[in-house]
Each structure stands twice: as structure tokens, then as C-alpha cells.
Design a protein around this ligand. Structure first.
Ligand SMILES: [Ca+2]
Length: 178
């Protein structure tokens, strides 16, 4: 290792340590059992970590399986503030003029027309639908996307076999230091 690469390595180690210290402080002097996912297109808000996979386009079910493989789940937007956080992540990653489908963890497969989140919570973000959506076009649209189109970032129902980007989330579990 050259002197220059040694210094770069040392700085990387120090930066990583500082980051872990910052994360531990977020949990109010408790120890985080699960460290956040360290990848590009990842964002931490409170105890939640979001990962935006915009490169692999998968159908809704395979997107959910991919999140599981990361020890995460397809994101569920439980509040307006969480919706805003995820919107910020998308804009930060894609820019101000996006044009893409992005899966989130909502579906009306259990009961047509009644969307629910895969964590069992009721869908309460009625104001965030795209114009004229959900329309269940051709009666085959049962999976929920947070679409990024000319009208902004809004919900839309799509056929579940559509290939789309997706967002995963995980909740860090904090407990007492051991
Ligand atoms: Ca639709």
C-alpha cells in the first residue's frame, strides 16, 4: 500500500466510525442492533432506512422478494411525512424531471378497490393519487406504484407484472447496550 492509499484508507475508516457514532446517537443513547444499509440511493429517516432500487426493473412480487433478500420490505407509506420523505429520496436520486414507475408495498388483490399496505395498515393517503387514479384499467391493475411523471410523484394502480423500479425499507431496532 502506498503512502497516499494508506492515508485514504485511514480517512475512510475514520469517516465510517464517525457515521456509526452519529447513528448510535440517533437512538437516544441506546445501541442500534441493526446498522443501516450502506448503498447509494439509501436514505435514513429516524429509525427507518430506505433503499431506492432504480436500476433493476422487476414485477411487484419479485420486487417484494428482492427487498426480503436485503432483509428489508417493500416500502409502506404510513403517513404524509413518510410519503414526503420517500418523495425526497426519489427526487434526490432521479432529479426534478423523472419518468418512471416505482413499486411500493400496496395492493388491492385482497379486495378490489380497497388498497392496503403489506404491513396490514390501512391506506390513508387518499390525496396522493395521480389524476383519475386508481382506475383499474382493463380490470387488471392491482398493485400500487408511486409513479414519477409530468404531474409529479403520485400513486397509481398498475398490473402487478409490470417491470418497475422499487423502494425497500427497514426499521432499525434499538435496544440497551450490552
Ligand atoms: Ca391505473
Amino acid at each position: 500500500m502506498t503512502r497516499c492509499s494508506s492515508i485514504i484508507y485511514l480517512l475512510a475508516v475514520l469517516a465510517s466510525g464517525l457515521c456509526d457514532l452519529y447513528i448510535a446517537n440517533e437512538c437516544n443513547e441506546k445501541y442500534c442492533l441493526e446498522k443501516p444499509f450502506k448503498l447509494p440511493d439509501t436514505m435514513v429517516h429516524g429509525n427507518k432506512t430506505y433503499y431506492f432500487n432504480k436500476l433493476s426493473k422487476l414485477n411487484w412480487f419479485n420486487a417484494a422478494l428482492a427487498c426480503k433478500r436485503y432483509n428489508m420490505q417493500l416500502v409502506t407509506l404510513d403517513s404524509y411525512s413518510e410519503f414526503q420523505n420517500v418523495k425526497d429520496l426519489i427526487i434526490e436520486s432521479v432529479g426534478l424531471n423523472g419518468n418512471m414507475h416505482i413499486w411500493v408495498g400496496g395492493t388491492d388483490l385482497a379486495e378490489e378497490g380497497r388498497f392496503t399496505w403489506i404491513n396490514g395498515k390501512a391506506f390513508e393517503l387518499a390525496l396522493n393519487w395521480a389524476p383519475t387514479q386508481p382506475d383499474n384499467a382493463k380490470k387488471i391493475e392491482h398493485c400500487l406504484e408511486i409513479g414519477y411523471h409530468s404531474y409529479g410523484i403520485k400513486f397509481n394502480d398498475l398490473p402487478c407484472n409490470t417491470l418497475a423500479a422499487f423502494i425497500c425499507e427497514s426499521e432499525r431496532v434499538c435496544g440497551n447496550a450490552v
